[in-house]
Design a protein around this ligand. Structure first.
Ligand SMILES: Nc1ncnc2c1ncn2[C@@H]1O[C@H](COP(=O)(O)OP(=O)(O)O)[C@@H](O)[C@H]1O
Ligand SMILES: [Mg+2]
Length: 307
């Protein structure tokens, strides 16, 4: 994980971005007041459960749908929208390819239709590790191979901002690792990478900063390490657990978790917790600070939704 590069120029700024689909009775607010900044050379994770508003936000960034309110600014507003979008590469919905053409033919066709005849197709194929499969028809590709071809397509214009919507979808563990390596390499070249995921563990390791979006709103935003510092959980193994739960919940948020209780409290609260439990005739078998874990924060924040 890299430190955040607060001095690098912003390549993407969202200001109070919002989108409501439909009108009247059917109106549905999919994104509300989303503000964030993505800088050159960083990997920015946009995380949230299914239906959180990630793809809607990405479609607004790419100019595919119009925001209901707020603004998208690319490259500090230099050039008009269309010009700016020429410096953006994107993968959404896994990319769309001709199944009866090979991977190489698909990239060549895309490059031609986008006026990028000199795009380094062979390099890109190697980069996403499709060199050996470039002459196979895309209909014979696995989902992971299609995703990688989609990333190659996103890089045809050598973009300064790469936007990947759920690039790890359908990938196996090895595929996810390859994707992480590729994403990291792009950022290390100075590109900004904005990637979404509904599964935090897929992206946690590769992101410099993350934003967590839930029901259209940003719940938290910042360097992964910063977000982790805000999280303090004590794991408690006590008997009878139901009594422990009842006794503690008056003072600390408590929830059952993996056969134990997860108590939202600082490590310094442990003696007070133990005293309280002993007074209530509860046996304390173990109390330990939980290792900082972004996944836990993410789950906690998005618990009431069907991820
Ligand atoms: N074209 C659309 N028309 C109406 N509602 C939509 C449309 N696209 C998405 N939504 C709704 O907006 C919300 C956010 O969807 P989406 O941005 O696709 O979330 P995510 O990508 O995080 O899964 C969901 O409730 C979804 O049903
Ligand atoms: Mg989506």
């Amino acid at each position: 994980m890299q430190t955040s590069r607060t001095s690098a120029p912003p390549v993407l700024e969202l200001s109070e971005l919002g989108k409501t689909y439909g009108r009247g009775d059917k109106a549905r607010e999919a994104v509300r007041d989303v503000s964030l900044v993505v800088r050159a050379g960083e990997v920015y994770g946009f995380l949230g459960p299914n239906g959180a508003g990630k793809s809607t936000t990405i479609r607004m960034i790419l100019g595919l749908i119009r925001p209901t309110h707020g603004q998208v600014s690319l490259f500090e507003g230099q050039g008009d929208g269309r010009r700016a979008l020429q410096r953006v590469g994107s993968l959404i919905d896994g990319g769309a390819f001709y199944p009866f053409l090979t991977g190489r033919e698909n990239l060549k066709t895309l490059a031609l239709t986008r006026g990028l005849a000199s795009a380094p197709i062979e390099d890109l194929l190697d980069r996403v590790e499709l060199g050996g499969d470039a002459d196979r028809k895309v209909k014979a590709y696995s989902l992971g191979m299609r995703q990688r071809l989609g990333v190659a397509a996103a890089l045809l214009n050598d973009p300064d901002l790469v936007i990947l919507d759920e690039p790890a979808n359908g990938l196996d563990a090895a595929g996810i690792q390859d994707m992480r390596r590729l994403v990291r390499a792009l950022a290390d070249e100075g590109k900004a990478v904005f990637l979404s995921s509904h599964l935090l563990h897929e992206v946690q390791q590769v992101c410099d900063r993350v934003a967590i979006i839930h029901k259209g709103r940003l719940m938290q935003e910042g360097a992964v390490a910063e977000i982790l510092r805000g999280e303090q959980i004590l794991r408690l193994d006590a008997y009878p657990q139901a009594v422990a739960h009842q006794v503690l919940q008056a003072t600390w948020p408590v929830r059952p978790d993996g056969g134990e209780l997860a108590v939202s409290a600082a490590p310094g609260d442990a003696p007070a917790i133990v005293r309280r439990l002993v007074q209530a005739n509860v046996d304390v078998l173990r109390i330990t600070p939980q290792e900082a874990n972004l996944e836990a924060i993410f789950l906690e924040m998005t618990r009431d939704s069907d991820v």
